[in-house]
Design a protein around this ligand. Structure first.
Ligand code: GLV
Length: 312
């Protein structure tokens, strides 16, 4: 099997991936670029946010396997061959990492640890009232692999947890589940902390806007661990400045890296992370890719296929 590995990674990241993938699926010829000789041989493209247009002119392409969980950039490439299935990365190690970040954000927001860190910088000794976890309503937007895992772990820590999805979804034994646009505002109005783990699609892009923030409980906090384009930045800044929102934890930005002069950097109510909430784990992710390559070779069903109509 001839496989193309390409994406927006630097040489050392690409070499790490190549090694891990070769180890996980040795029975393949791996290519790092397309040329006139290999273009007609390549059957699979294993990609990490490739430049638009990079998967054109591959007549035998049968599978595009993403190394990223979110496929929004890939789906935005109008030149992708329409008939070729796309598989997302679903990696238990990545899901665990996302749960850790969600737990850290919720614990820090609930217990005021960001505020205490700011107080230390001011040499200020001041205690604030302490709420119990079961007095804190956490809402997780998006109940995919990551959102659902994080929601259940938050519930296990004693938080009152609800999950919200844009489309219908079955009830869950541990968390409350709400679906559809009409349930969103009532849920936001009683949530102390909102965690965004939605996929980025035309339906969810810009969802976190002025109307959304106004619907939130005054003084509530947001953690955006999904994509920067979910948030209208000027609306979020306004909501923070008016006190409608108390704090925002942002792992993802509409422009990455975040420009040096962006107001988020120095904002006392913003905690920034450089898109590290859940980095793909090379070793376990290579194993997941190998499982799909094996299924393709053996004519078995492929896992984690993207629903192109829904965009995730
Ligand atoms: C990270 O953001 C990913 O989509 O894998």
């Amino acid at each position: 099997m001839h496989i193309l590995l390409c994406g927006s990674f630097d040489d050392s990241e690409r070499d790490d991936w190549l090694q891990a993938l070769q180890r996980a699926f040795p029975a393949a010829h791996w290519h790092l670029s397309v040329d006139p000789l290999n273009a007609a041989q390549i059957e699979v493209a294993v990609v990490a946010n490739p430049l638009p247009g990079s998967l054109q002119g591959l007549p035998r392409l049968r599978l595009i396997q993403s190394l990223w969980a979110g496929v929004d950039r890939l789906m935005g490439d109008a030149s992708l061959p329409a008939a070729v299935p796309i598989a997302r990365m679903v990696d238990p190690a990545m899901n665990r990492a996302m749960t850790e970040t969600a737990l850290w954000a919720v614990l820090s927001l609930h217990r005021g640890f960001f505020r205490y860190a700011a107080q230390q910088r001011e040499r200020l000794w001041r205690q604030w009232p302490q709420k119990r976890a079961d007095e804190v309503q956490v809402t997780v937007l998006g109940l995919g692999q990551m959102g659902h895992g994080a929601a259940r772990q938050l519930a296990a820590q004693g938080y009152r947890v609800a999950g919200w999805t844009a489309r219908d979804r079955n009830a869950d034994p541990v968390i409350e589940v709400f679906s559809g646009q009409e349930t969103l505002h009532p849920l936001l109005s009683r949530s102390d902390i909102v965690i965004n783990l939605l996929p980025l699609t035309p339906l969810t892009e810009g969802l976190l806007d002025e109307e959304f923030f106004n619907a939130m409980k005054p003084g509530a906090a947001l953690a955006n661990l999904a994509r920067g384009a979910h948030v209208i930045d000027t609306d979020l800044l306004r909501a923070l400045e008016s006190g409608q929102l108390s704090h925002a934890v942002l792992d993802v930005m509409s422009q990455e890296p975040l420009p040096e002069n962006h107001p988020y950097w120095g904002h006392s109510q913003v905690t920034l992370l450089p898109h590290i909430a859940a980095i793909t784990d090379t070793r376990s992710a290579a194993g997941m890719v190998a499982e799909n390559l094996t299924a393709l070779r053996d004519g078995k069903p492929l896992a984690n296929l993207v629903h192109k109509g829904l965009g995730y």
